[in-house]
Design a protein around this ligand. Structure first.
Ligand SMILES: NC(=O)c1ccc[n+]([C@@H]2O[C@H](COP(=O)([O-])OP(=O)(O)OC[C@H]3O[C@@H](n4cnc5c(N)ncnc54)[C@H](O)[C@@H]3O)[C@@H](O)[C@H]2O)c1
Ligand SMILES: N[C@H](CO)Cc1c[nH]c[nH+]1
Ligand SMILES: [Zn+2]
Length: 436
């Protein structure tokens, strides 16, 4: 694997080095996805069936999962898997519950009471990927916060297998999180169905979940259509950026890089180090560990755009990482906490040699649905707040209006909004005329 020297590159070369692979054919992807969404909107369920035949290679009967199918799926989940799911759910729930926003009230001036109340989003749609492999862990990452927020209508879509069924573990997680409506749909067709509704899929206000480049593009398109649906964030092909010092363990670093490379051919993995020996050792480790992985084609495709980069020092590595804004950042450093203040943009961060990213993927408690493509510069991962709206209230009595009404009137005059000014001053006149 080639090792790049960051300090030998000019700015355009640095930009090119950090460009995501999935961004390359953006206009063709946009057009394909727009066409598929339009077909679903025009023809509903019949198009959903046709696209499922075409992309997932299966002939669907009913689009939704029946109670009998839920029961059969439960029976197929082995006891150790069920135990791992239950234990992971408890930790994810604990972390997400602790971070829940609270309603609050404050008197900003005498007689002026301002409040914030929270409401669940009424109709939410969860997408659980299953193209290269089903991801029941993603069902947990979406189902748990939706349940904590108390969303009244939750539907879940996941691509069907060749026999038309949904992965049993995904169904078991859905049931555990109180999700009763699951549809055997994947890709653009699933996103379009949840955003606009179809004959059988109910329309949703907001869509959640990761997916490949088609899914992510579809989410972005429906989110810019006023008739479509809001989205959690663009959560596309997985990314990890590792910063390793000379004391890191090359075996662990290579394993972490490969763990994200195996997600899909568009995954991107990067290693930054100030140690030539570390970069060379990790390159050797990657080559040797990759040979033993079953998803070899996917891994090789992802490794083709992996980046190993020599930096001057760890401070420069943090600068490069902030510029890239990775979905996951691993600090394989001797003093990882010393660098926390230097992190400006990253979806989720893993500190030290014993925090593999795979732990956050499954069961540490944090959410694994995270912004990719550099969106971590301005977006956060999924949390309970993603499933809620906050509404502000204000209650003002006569004393309150007398106290602050003048400020509003002055600002309204400057903006030449005379009706605004009068809405305040007419009340002030009435208060002045009213005997105490
Ligand atoms: N960012 C995150 O938080 C996060 C979390 C988990 C997974 N991921 C990513 O999610 C992705 C999952 O991808 P996946 O492919 O395994 O599953 P997926 O469910 O996202 O995609 C499968 C669907 O893609 C559609 N599709 C396939 N080929 C197509 C084509 N040529 N044209 C149109 N549609 C097509 C099919 O309808 C299929 O059902 C991976 O890239 C993984 O890295 C990201
Ligand atoms: N690493 C993925 C997010 O990019 C999440 C995941 C699910 N299962 C395994 N990993
Ligand atoms: Zn993963």
């Amino acid at each position: 694997m080639h090792i790049h020297d960051w300090n030998a590159l000019d700015e355009p070369a640095r930009d090119a080095l950090l460009r995501r692979p999935a961004q390359r054919d953006a206009s063709a992807l946009r057009a394909d996805v727009a066409r598929l969404i339009a077909q679903v909107r025009a023809d509903g369920d019949s198009t959903l069936r046709a696209l499922t035949r075409r992309f997932d290679g299966c002939q669907l009967g009913p689009l939704d999962v029946t109670e009998e199918e839920f029961d059969a799926a439960e029976a197929r989940v082995p006891a150790d898997l069920r135990a791992a799911i239950v234990a992971a759910k408890a930790r994810i729930e604990a972390f997400h519950r602790a971070g829940m926003a609270q309603p609050y009230v404050i008197e900003t001036a005498p007689g002026v009471r301002c409040e914030r109340v929270l409401r669940p989003i009424a109709r939410v749609g969860l997408y659980v990927p299953a193209g290269s492999a089903p991801l029941p862990s993603t069902a947990l990452m979406l189902g748990v916060p939706a349940q904590l927020a108390g969303c009244p209508q939750v539907v879940l879509c996941s691509p069907p297998r060749a026999d038309g069924s949904v992965d049993p573990a995904v169904l078991a997680v859905a049931r555990l999180c109180g999700v009763r409506r699951v549809f055997k749909l994947g890709g653009v067709q699933a996103i379009a169905a949840m955003a606009y509704g179809s004959d059988t899929v109910p329309r949703c206000d907001k869509l959640f979940g990761p997916g490949n480049a088609w899914v992510t593009e579809a989410k972005q398109q429906v989110s810019t259509d006023p008739d479509g649906a809001a989205i959690d964030m663009p959560a596309g092909p997985s990314e990890v950026l590792v910063i390793a010092d000379a004391g890191a363990d090359p075996e662990f670093v290579a394993a972490d890089l490969l763990s994200q490379a195996e997600h899909g051919p568009d995954s991107q993995v990067l290693l930054l180090s100030d140690s030539d020996a570390m970069l060379a050792s990790v390159a050797r480790e990657i080559a040797s560990q990759a040979q033993t992985l079953p998803r070899r084609e996917i891994v090789d495709a992802a490794l083709a755009h992996a980046r190993l980069v020599r930096v001057r020092d760890i401070a420069q590595a943090l600068d490069v990482s902030n510029r890239y804004a990775p979905e996951h950042l691993i600090l394989a450093l001797r003093e990882p906490r010393a660098w926390i203040d230097a992190i400006e943009s990253a979806g989720s961060v893993f500190l030290g040699d014993y925090a593999p990213e795979a732990l956050g993927d499954y069961c540490s408690g944090t959410n694994h649905v995270l912004p990719t493509y550099g969106f971590a510069r301005a977006w956060s991962g999924v949390s309970v707040a993603s499933f809620q709206k906050s509404i502000t209230l204000q209650q003002v009595d006569a004393e309150g209006l007398r106290g602050i009404g003048g400020d509003a009137a002055t600002l309204a005059r400057v903006e030449q909004l005379h009706a605004h000014e009068r809405a305040v001053t007419r009340r002030l006149v009435r208060i002045a005329e009213t005997p105490a």
